[in-house]
Design a protein around this ligand. Sequence first.
Ligand code: ADP
Length: 306
Amino acid sequence: MRRLQLNLNLSGVIVIIAVGVLLPVMLATAAGIVALVLAEDAGGIITGVLVISFAVTAAGSALITVVLTGRKARLARRQEDFVASISHELRTPLSAIRLYTQTLQSGKLDADPARAAQCLETILREAEWLDVLVDRVLTWRASTRDQLPLHRVHAPVGAVIEGAAQRFRTLVVPDEMQFSCSVDSTLPVRHDPDALHAVVLNLLINAYKYTGVEKSIQLRVYDGEGEVILEVEDNGVGLSPVEARRIFQPFYRVGRRADRQTAGVGLGLSIAQYLVRQHKGRIDVRSEKGKGCTFVIHLPMAKESK
Ligand code: ADP
């Protein structure tokens, strides 16, 4: 409803500008040209030139107004989508937490400690999801203002990668996937451990979300020529070349809104790209539709020992 209103507002502005500005501008330009053609002295020429200059300035201003209004409307639409998706994302783990807590509270599982323990595990997992989500929104907010403080250390990244893999295991149901993590890297990298943790965790979560029932996910870290390479490979839905080019744009999600089954707000990869760039690295994806994805991050080796 609000989207319709926004579109109508935008169309209204365009019509008003077309009728209220462009028409008078065209008339003024025509009048200026006539004045110039019929000018018999310097006064006539000056009048013609002034009228045409005025018309050109008004046309330019109208064009700028249309462009700015369009941008504003697009921004408002994005914000609206964002608020809708984030509310939905927050509500899903919250509902699960409420449901499982009520089940435990009702005493129905008092005689079944194994199921009660499962309930608690789910509650913890959902709370972890909430934490990840809130982190993501805060990181996004800071990154758009370029105000994300990075606390860099000079060290190999193995421990951070293993930490991210460990956190990932707490977020998902282990029986639902085959997951391997191989760390074979000793080169030092100047990096912010929390930021790198967030990037790898996001790639792992995506690998999990965009893969069917038989999930197979591999995380690899190894040294290259003067750089450290991180790879996250999955056997999921994959991406077409066009999709692969667009996934790093903020708010971009593959597929039409109505078809989307998977939760998400379309910010994870743009944050990941921002953070990798802050480390002077780059992130790419190799993929084929239906054949999974491999996200690859290249981080330059630290040059000095400080
Ligand atoms: P979100 O997952 O919250 O939508 P992201 O920025 O992390 O946001 O990802 C953007 C989009 O890229 C996703 O909506 C999804 O369509 C696509 N995508 C990301 N990772 C994968 C993957 N491993 N396999 C297939 N598609 C992916």
